[in-house]
Design a protein around this ligand. Structure first.
Ligand SMILES: C[S@@+](CC[C@H](N)C(=O)[O-])C[C@H]1O[C@@H](n2cnc3c(N)ncnc32)[C@H](O)[C@@H]1O
Length: 252
């Protein structure tokens, strides 16, 4: 079952059952993309996407992407703490970020009580936006952490093999359903850390890529997303890309 809940993660997560999730994989608004207030206030489309995507997403923004770094860190630390309560002992947290708010995210993970374990770079390849006369910022990062000791030290080392620590997936128009949507194959690779029968939570679900990957791997998931048009996309994608799955409704 993939449960889809429309609402604000900071209100919804505190109502979820304690210790219920084995894996939390999420991709929050980065509030990134600029040094100055005026840069950050630009709509996400212009901050994060090359020109060729602007027509496809021209009416589609998303919530929560304009905090300054101090407010963003405080906000992030708050939901990090909420997530720790709903994590099973040894559960894994994976959270996306770009280079600019990477240091703030490492603070927020640890401030929220998680044991920070490392960074998985995801290369978007040379298809990422160029930077003339300088290095291309072609990687985003998946920071990972655990709720207490590593799960391998407890139960599921036998079930989960040694996994890759570096990923290369270009973003393709066909597999992109949100201005900052992640490749479904990347999410499947990341979700491989979840033991069989495990339960996944994504509290900033966007177009639901985590839910689609979870369904394709036979995992249960709860998806939380605030914006109407992305909720519609999640429902459509679950029907199109994971047709055997039952979709549950959560109301908040
Ligand atoms: C970076 S996007 C996630 C994209 C997703 N990984 C995908 O592949 O489509 C972050 C999402 O979080 C949502 N969001 C922002 N603030 C939120 C909040 N407080 N509660 C729930 N969702 C929120 C935004 O609307 C946006 O769709």
């Amino acid at each position: 079952v993939i449960e889809v809940i429309q609402g604000d993660a900071l209100r919804v997560v505190p109502g979820l059952p304690a210790g219920a999730y084995n894996l939390i994989a999420t991709d929050p608004p980065y509030s990134s993309g600029g040094l100055f207030r005026s840069d950050r206030a630009v709509v996400p489309l212009k901050k994060y996407l090359p020109d060729e995507y602007h027509a496809k997403y021209q009416n589609m923004g998303f919530s929560g992407d304009n905090l300054d770094q101090r407010s963003w860190t405080r906000w992030t630390m708050e939901w990090m703490g909420d997530l720790l309560r709903v994590a099973a002992p040894g559960a894994v947290l994976m959270v996306f970020i770009d280079w600019r708010n990477l240091p703030a995210m490492t603070d927020a993970i640890q401030g929220g009580g998680w044991v920070w374990r490392g960074i998985l770079p995801w290369s978007k390849t040379a298809a990422a936006r160029p930077h003339k006369g300088y290095f291309r910022n072609q990687c985003e990062f998946v920071l990972h952490a655990t709720a207490g000791p590593l799960p391998g030290e407890q139960t599921h080392a036998a079930e989960v093999p040694c996994l890759e620590g570096f990923f290369v997936y270009p973003i393709t128009n066909k597999d992109k359903h949100h201005p900052t949507g992640k490749p479904t194959a990347l999410m499947r690779d990341l979700l491989a850390v979840c033991p069989k029968g495990g339960r996944v939570l994504d509290c900033f679900a966007g177009s639901g890529t985590t839910g689609v990957a979870a369904a394709q791997l036979g995992l249960e998931a709860t998806l939380i997303e605030k914006d109407d048009h992305h909720i519609e996309t999640i429902r459509r994608r679950l029907v199109d890309e994971a047709p055997l799955v039952t979709t549950g409704e959560g109301a908040v």
